[in-house]
Design a protein around this ligand. Structure first.
Ligand SMILES: *Cc1c(COP(=O)(O)O)cnc(C)c1O
Length: 494
């Protein structure tokens, strides 16, 4: 079956998955979705017998039907090899009576690697022999930036520009980005929040004047944010892999339903779980876990999405988001593909700062989704109790999800908590949560103290950062971002 994609806001103008991946976002600002989702199923018995790479091939070829089998196979072989430090790629391990799905074994120690080791390969294939250059422009709340830099550095015909909110990412995340090497990368801090950066990046994509100028130099812009189908699709794989591992341990038998609790920001990770369900994975509930920026908890409780609230800086910065972009895809599927309705909800969000979906749709949403949130104090307590009780060291994002998981009643199903970052990315906050002294200590001093306290080694790619030179000191205002991108294109593709 051939899956075609179109905008969530306009059901005409279908494109192939290669075109959708190259463009990133639809020209009208909507996200690419396919009405074929759910028509082709992934064969569960096979998934339960095979390894990560085989499952990835199966999932990707179901969603990205215009890639040939060979193309998918070579992308998968390149993306999920020894760049992950576990042969399982995303190993599952027990925590109390539940499970952690460890998504942080890639080169930058965050779950974003699972998708961003794959996206550049999908994009290179999609570019084919077309002579145009692709500049990836990405706003990051901390983890996407480094994962995109690591994925795209040195990729032929591609460049990558990353914007992150100044002072709102951890020390280690900051160093991971500003020390990135490579002739095709650009990194800039912006004065503002992640939402400011993301909104401005969306405007840059919609800027026809800029697109015209870049086209003259043979350059097109694209996105590595989770609005890109090429990022979403690879994330579906690990839900299937988690399930296969549960079957492998004997915790479930094939066909049993499993619940997933997901630390959520932009709604990309959990949406992949919904895709997995539609593709035949026996998913019980999908639980959206938020930090104190609990706009999604309110939405799933009341049916009203309201971004008009104070933005809070938390110890789980990758979830400090008030506009969860991928929710738009969920609205599309929730309304059974009503593009006009989605377009009007998104117009309400833009113009009034809020929208409501009504009781009917809310009821439908809640058939699958549940929600909860944890503030910083609760998150710290969970880091501590999980270390003291289960001898598992978890990062603040994972701890948000674990807090929510511990609070909801067990309904007789196995429960998987998605673990999205290595705790050493957030050494200071994790050390502080364990009662260690963080006063006057920088990220590396905290890393050392945390290693001493727990006996768990920090990953080399994080501890080595202390010896690296800062290569990207730039800071700009929101209205200078477009010019920064244009400059980066000129430099990278000169
Ligand atoms: C990006 C990120 C999240 C949130 O994932 P979304 O797909 O944006 O919902 C959670 N935890 C960590 C560590 C992340 O980097």
């Amino acid at each position: 079956m051939n899956m075609l994609y179109h905008s969530t806001r306009d059901c005409s103008n279908p494109v192939t998955s290669k075109q959708a991946i190259l463009q990133g976002i639809a020209p009208d600002g909507g996200l690419y979705v396919s009405d074929g989702l759910g028509q082709a199923r992934v064969d569960l018995p096979s998934v339960c017998q095979e390894g990560y790479q085989a499952t990835a091939r199966r999932v990707l070829s179901t969603l990205l039907t215009d890639y040939t089998e060979d193309e998918i196979a070579s992308c998968v072989a390149g993306a999920y090899g020894d760049n992950f430090d576990s042969p399982l790629v995303t190993p599952l391990s027990p925590v109390g009576k539940d499970w952690l799905l460890e998504l942080y074994h890639g080169p930058t120690c965050a779950f974003k690697d699972v998708a961003l080791q794959m996206l550049p390969r999908l994009m290179s294939v999609a570019r084919g022999s077309d002579g145009r250059h692709v500049m990836i422009v990405t706003a990051t709340s901390g983890d996407t930036g480094k994962a995109a830099l690591a994925g795209f550095a040195g990729v032929d015909g591609c460049g990558v520009t990353v914007f992150y909110p100044e002072g709102k990412v951890s020390d280690i995340q900051h160093l991971q980005m500003v020390t990135q090497e490579g002739g095709n990368v650009a990194v800039c801090a912006i004065r503002g929040t992640f939402d400011d950066a993301q909104t401005q990046v969306k405007r840059i994509f919609a800027d026809r004047g800029l697109a015209g100028r870049l086209a003259k130099g043979g350059v097109v812009l694209s996105s590595a944010n989770s609005i890109n189908v090429g990022r979403l699709a690879p994330q579906v794989t690990y839900y299937f892999s988690a399930y296969a591992q549960l079957v492998g341990t004997g915790a479930i038998v094939e066909g049993d339903e499993v619940d997933f609790v997901v630390p959520t920001g932009n709604f990309g990770d959990i949406l992949a779980g919904y895709y997995a369900k539609r593709m035949g994975l026996p998913v019980g509930r999908l639980v959206v876990a938020s930090n104190a920026n609990n706009v999604l908890t309110d939405f799933i409780t009341t049916g009203t999405y309201d971004r008009r609230r104070e933005f809070l800086k938390t110890i789980s910065p990758s979830m400090d988001i008030l506009v969860s972009s991928n929710l738009e895809r969920m609205l599309y599927y929730l309304t059974d593909g009503d593009c006009e309705r989605v377009a009007s909800l998104m117009a309400d969000l833009r113009e009034k700062g809020s929208y409501s979906i009504g009781d009917g749709l809310l009821g439908k949403l809640r058939e699958t989704f549940d929600c909860g949130f944890a503030d910083d104090d609760e998150t710290r307590q969970t880091i501590r109790s999980t270390w003291e009780g289960d001898h598992r060291l978890i990062d603040p994002h994972t701890a948000v999800a674990k807090t929510v998981l511990d609070r909801i009643p067990r309904e007789g199903r196995q429960r998987v908590c998605l673990s999205t970052a290595n705790p050493y990315k957030f050494s200071a906050d994790v050390l502080g949560a364990l009662g260690g002294n963080v006063e006057g200590r920088d990220g590396f001093a905290c890393m050392d103290a945390l290693q001493e306290l727990t006996g768990i080694a920090a990953p080399a790619q994080l501890s080595e950062l202390r010896d690296k030179a800062v290569l990207h000191p730039d800071v700009c205002d929101r209205d200078q971002m477009a010019a920064f991108v244009e400059g980066a294109c000129q430099r990278v593709f000169a």
